[in-house]
Ligand binder design. Structure first.
Ligand code: PLP
Length: 392
């Protein structure tokens, strides 16, 4: 009999009852060190006091009004994010996929508005992940998300991630935009070369294409800058964010320049729930903490500690691991053994991690972790690796 919860996930048999910082406590008494953070979502760990208070305060005022009316939280959060980024304007949704849907629509509508309705295609990348709606599944390169769901949504041309010449060659008279993740997460924790990002920016400019960065996973402090594009020295025209911005509350946003979004007029796009007062209270509180004095310095410092520790494990266990991947606290270990087996054994020992594509073991801990959390995580990893050797 089919379970009442549609079985679209292979879940661990655990129910978490309570969380505090980087720790999760299960109903059966087990305690876990959470280096998964709800897949890079719980950027400030669990039950951060500032977030708890912000949501509690807002919950006692008003939860939801719809976008028929002005929402003070949207006005505040958008002003903050506009000041902190390349963007002039933004649309609020509830997820990464929705943020990307909006980005795709902005690109098509931009070209249409320029009198070039034939330009609707988007150059996308191998091993990309952009979400699970029909359009974002087509934009992404994850076969399991496409299987059996009928004809793929039209309008995406895929080239090798990192290959500038391939991107050049893929641009034609129907191209509207180029879309990529500055650091791929699902696809295997691959950070794009900064020089490549700069060259892609130039390519977009030369062809009047919009450049879309999907920072759903790598944004909001995860790489040690507020947004990953800052490392490259160039900015996109459109950027999707989600995951970390709500700290665990579902929030997504599509940020854009005025030029890119000028055709997004009343009625062109919308969402019932998007940017509701509760969501905006969460996002505003997350921004308070992440933009606080010294916060990103801490992320960079602790990311260095984690990455050095992981590099040390590559040296110590060359039969198990090949290399360290990613950027900042988006860290991956390319495995020589099956990544999900390692994740399962870490789970048994009390450490949460996430498998990523290309057989990578992914660590995306809360940004608030300290040195002793990294040490505790590495002690578990060492234990698992040593036991692995003994048993094989
Ligand atoms: C998680 C993710 C998405 C999809 O976000 P959802 O909130 O699951 O829709 C899109 N892009 C990237 C890069 C992601 O990591």
């Amino acid at each position: 009999m089919i379970p009442s919860v549609m079985p679209t996930y292979a879940r661990f048999d655990v129910v978490f009852e309570r969380g505090e910082g980087p720790w999760l406590y299960a109903a059966d008494g087990r305690r876990f060190l959470d280096f998964a953070a709800g897949i890079a979502v719980c950027s400030l760990g669990h039950c951060h006091p500032h977030l708890v208070k912000a949501l509690q305060d807002q919950a006692a005022k008003v939860w939801h009004t719809s976008n028929l009316y002005r929402i003070a939280g949207q006005e505040k959060v958008s002003k903050r994010l506009a000041e902190l980024t390349f963007a002039d304007t933004m649309f609020f949704g509830n997820s990464g996929a929705e943020a990307n849907e909006c980005a795709i629509k902005i690109a098509r509508r931009y070209q249409f508005d320029q009198g070039r309705p034939e330009r609707y295609r988007i150059v996308v990348m191998t091993t990309a992940f952009h979400g699970r709606t029909l359009a974002t599944v087509a934009a992404g390169d994850q076969a399991k998300g496409k299987y059996g769901f009928g004809p793929e949504t039209e309008g995406f041309d895929r080239v090798a991630f990192g290959d500038l010449d391939a991107a050049k060659a893929a641009i034609g008279p129907e191209t509207a935009a180029i879309m990529l993740e500055p650091v791929q997460g699902e696809g295997g924790m691959r950070a794009a070369d900064f020089a490549y990002l700069r060259a892609i920016r130039k390519l977009a400019d030369e062809n009047d294409l919009l450049l879309i960065f999907d920072e759903v996973q790598c944004g909001v402090g995860r790489t040690g800058k507020l947004f990953a594009y800052e490392w490259s020295g160039v900015a996109p025209d459109v950027m999707s964010i989600a995951k970390g911005i709500g700290g665990g509350f579902p929030v997504g946003a599509c940020l854009a320049t005025e030029r890119a979004a000028k055709a997004m007029v009343p009625g062109s796009h919308g969402s019932t729930f998007g940017g509701n007062p509760l969501a905006m209270a969460a996002a505003d509180a997350v921004l308070d903490v992440i933009t606080g004095e010294g916060f990103l310095d801490h992320v960079n410092e602790i990311a260095g500690v984690l990455r050095d520790a992981l590099a040390e494990r590559v040296k110590r266990f060359p039969d198990l691991f090949e290399e360290v991947r990613g950027l900042g606290l988006m860290a991956g270990l390319k495995c020589r053994v099956v990544n999900s087996d390692v994740v399962n054994r870490l789970f048994e020992e009390g450490l949460l991690a996430v498998p990523a594509g290309d057989n990578v073991l992914r660590f995306v801990p809360p940004l608030i972790i300290e040195r002793d959390h990294v040490e505790a995580a590495m002690a578990i990893l060492d234990r698992v690796c040593e036991a692995w050797r003994k048993n094989s």
